[in-house]
Design a protein around this ligand. Structure first.
Ligand SMILES: *[C@@H]1O[C@H](CO)[C@@H](O)[C@H](O)[C@H]1NC(C)=O
Ligand SMILES: *[C@@H]1O[C@H](CO)[C@@H](O)[C@H](O)[C@H]1NC(C)=O
Length: 342
């Protein structure tokens, strides 16, 4: 009897692993926390996909000068990506706004293709940018702008922290007043350093992500202008699945259902469209899930961590997340070194 159970237990993880849906890991934008994305994440969970998110250390920090985009990336890698990968889970990384910078850096080297077949590990199978920054290596955000000029809606407190004014119109222009005010009270100060420090090598340019990278252009975005989003896609030099959606900077609040549907469609494509399906298969048939494994490990500062058993209202205690780089299109054009009349 015991022996039979043992055999069954041996097989279940194998079968289950081969078909398990990837985990969607969401990297919030500047000023924002996972709770801002709770409506979207609830939709994704309802569709049967586990989700995970955490507020970046540079958001709501008490030591803004010690923050950096590299620090955020290291945090994402250690606390969100590696525990899942080591537990044999596949991941689709969803990044919003500033989250595109540390997210793409954190993902470097962690694609499914880069995991040795014998390692029994999962890996990242796709990248989805939601009006997010596509930073090149060495590129910082604010630091690259002429005169390091922040948009007028960014409040510079002069102590390393950045706040916001008029968040309703900048971030939540198409969000209901009630939801927007809930979102606004959950915004936290953003470390300016994190927006100024240069990015490391990003994962999005890797050829593994050909057919596995998607960009959602938000055409009514008042924070990162749609022209800026399009220029970043063009300037990347790689091919994206591009969806244009008529929303402001926070479609996870104004159109969570449609955004989730789009994300799910992309995820299905990533799952089916393996650039090397045989390799994907051979990896999954060796995967064993250590029961009760690393997925439940807490990051060092659990206050920063909010997994997504999120309540579907935004009153959750942890942060919020949608960033936006505080960037006018003229700045973006300068940043991308493109003719000013594009
Ligand atoms: C943001 O930082 C400023 C300056 O340090 C501070 O006065 C303000 O209370 C902070 N706001 C929040 C929401 O923490
Ligand atoms: C996958 O399973 C097959 C059949 O059991 C086995 O021959 C193959 O070696 C496995 N793949 C890996 C990478 O171990």
């Amino acid at each position: 009897m015991l022996f039979q159970i043992f055999l069954v237990l041996q097989f279940i993880p194998m079968i289950w692993t081969a078909h398990q849906p990837p985990t969607l890991v969401l990297v919030p934008g500047a000023w924002h926390s996972p709770s801002h994305y709770s409506l979207l994440l609830a939709e994704i969970e309802k569709a049967g996909y586990p989700t995970s998110s955490a507020r970046s250390p540079s958001c709501g920090s008490t030591d803004p000068y010690s923050q950096s985009v590299i620090g955020d990336a290291a945090f994402i890698r250690q606390n969100l990506l590696l525990p899942l990968i080591n537990a044999g889970k596949d991941i689709v990384l969803v990044m919003h706004s500033y989250g595109g910078c540390p997210g793409a850096m954190a993902a470097k080297g962690l694609s499914k293709a880069e995991m040795p077949a014998a390692s029994r590990k999962g890996g990242i199978i796709g990248l989805i940018f939601i009006c997010a920054f596509v930073a090149q290596e060495g590129q910082s955000l604010i630091g690259s702008l002429p005169g390091k000029k922040l948009d007028p809606w960014v409040v510079d407190y002069g102590d390393g922290q950045l706040g916001l004014r008029d968040a309703k119109n900048v971030f939540y222009n198409d969000v209901s007043p009630q939801l927007a005010s809930q979102a606004i009270i959950q915004l936290k100060n953003q470390s300016q350093n994190a927006l100024e420090t240069p990015s490391g090598p990003p994962a999005w340019s890797d050829s593994f992500y050909n057919g596995r990278r998607a960009y959602v252009v938000c055409t009514e975005d008042q924070a990162v202008p749609p022209i800026g989003q399009q220029l970043m896609i063009q300037h990347s030099g790689v091919k994206w699945d591009v969806a244009n959606i008529p929303t402001g900077h926070s479609p996870f609040l104004s159109q969570p259902g449609s955004l989730a549907a789009y994300i799910m469609a992309e995820v299905a494509k990533f799952q089916g469209g393996a650039s090397n399906p045989n390799q994907m298969l051979s990896i999954s048939n060796t995967t064993e899930i250590p029961l009760g494994s690393a997925e439940s490990s807490e990051p060092p500062n659990s206050a920063l961590f909010s997994t997504v058993a999120v309540p579907s209202n935004l009153a959750a205690e942890s942060g919020i997340a949608s960033f936006s780089m505080g960037m006018e299109s003229s700045n973006l054009i300068a940043l991308l070194d493109l003719p000013a009349d594009s």
